[in-house]
Design a protein around this ligand. Structure first.
Ligand code: C5P
Length: 291
């Protein structure tokens, strides 16, 4: 076989619903969520090498502190081989933004290295390795739309319409140790019973493509508006323009409006020009490129 070179997209995700049911004994929270991939993507390029190398266009994310490195090491251990390969990561998804960027990179690395190393693992086996890397990683092995329970890693694939335009707004400021900090800021009053997620999952909105962000829900919305500096101005400026109410994604600070369109994107981008926020018009995607 000649020199293999793989190029893989690592799609971002949004949470159409995210509820926390309560705290678990293992330090995690029991959640109930619906996730959907969108076509904002990082890009991974994987090729053979004599050792493991992870290079990223964001120099802070090169080397062994990239989750892609952990993914390679965990997959090699699972397959009983040495982790060898060169992985280049081009970041497009804002980091620590609620869009699962690092998790998407890790999941794409698992898919690509499974191929490069001829391991022949099923997606279910890849998801079991993925669960050791982070709660969002198993979903991103296949992407599309799925409900998630447990830590978010117990998945049920759902039918959803691709191509729905989604406006993403990522405020400039984040906070350190974002995800644990956001979980720790929840109080039992923020908890719910999963009925919102079950209602959305049981409706036809996702499959029919009639879902709007007004129907979406995120447990972190209250805490996000209190904790992220500057988010509330960006949120209000967007809400004043967008046809559909913003909804937070993941633990924030990104929020989304859907459906959206180019005109709305341009107006929001113009209104937020001096805020440092990033504004993207993306589309829901269910096509995880096979390798
Ligand atoms: O799984 P992941 O590494 O993304 O989680 C990061 C942190 O977020 C965990 O250490 C935990 O503090 C918090 N978390 C949680 N409940 C979840 C997922 C994450 O408390 N379901």
């Amino acid at each position: 076989m000649g020199t293999e070179f793989l190029r893989l997209p690592a799609y971002a995700k949004i949470n159409l619903s995210l509820e926390v049911l309560g705290k678990r004994d293992d330090g995690y929270h029991e959640i109930c969520t619906i996730m959907q991939t969108v076509d904002l993507a990082d890009e991974l390029m994987i090729s053979p090498a004599n050792q493991l190398e992870v290079l990223c266009d964001d120099p802070d994310l090169s080397g062994d502190h990239n989750i892609v490195w952990d993914a390679a090491v965990a997959l090699a251990a699972y397959g009983g081989i040495e982790p060898k390969g060169r992985i280049r990561v081009n970041k497009r998804i804002p980091t620590a933004a609620g869009l699962g960027g690092g998790s998407a990179d890790a999941a794409a690395a698992l898919r690509g290295l499974n191929h490069l190393w001829h391991l022949g693992l099923t997606n279910e086996q890849l998801r079991s390795v993925a669960a050791s890397l982070g709660s969002d990683v198993p979903f991103l092995v296949e992407g599309g739309a799925a409900s998630g329970t447990g830590r978010g890693d117990v998945l049920k694939q759902m039918t959803s319409r691709g191509g729905l335009p989604v406006l993403l707004v990522t405020p400039a400021e984040s906070i350190s140790k974002k995800t644990p900090t956001m979980y720790a800021s929840l109080t039992p009053r923020d908890y719910s019973d999963g009925m919102h997620t079950h209602g959305l999952a049981g409706s036809n909105e996702l499959a029919a493509g009639t879902i709007t962000s007004d129907l979406c829900h995120n447990v972190f919305a209250r805490a996000a508006l209190e904790i992220y500096p500057g988010i509330s101005d960006v949120w209000q400026a967007t809400a004043a323009i967008a046809e559909h109410a913003p909804c937070l994604s993941g633990a924030g600070p990104t929020f989304f409006c859907m459906p959206s369109d180019e005109e709305e994107h341009d107006k929001v981008a113009e209104a937020l020009r001096d805020s440092g926020a990033k504004v993207f018009l993306t589309r829901t995607t269910n096509a995880m490129q096979a390798v």
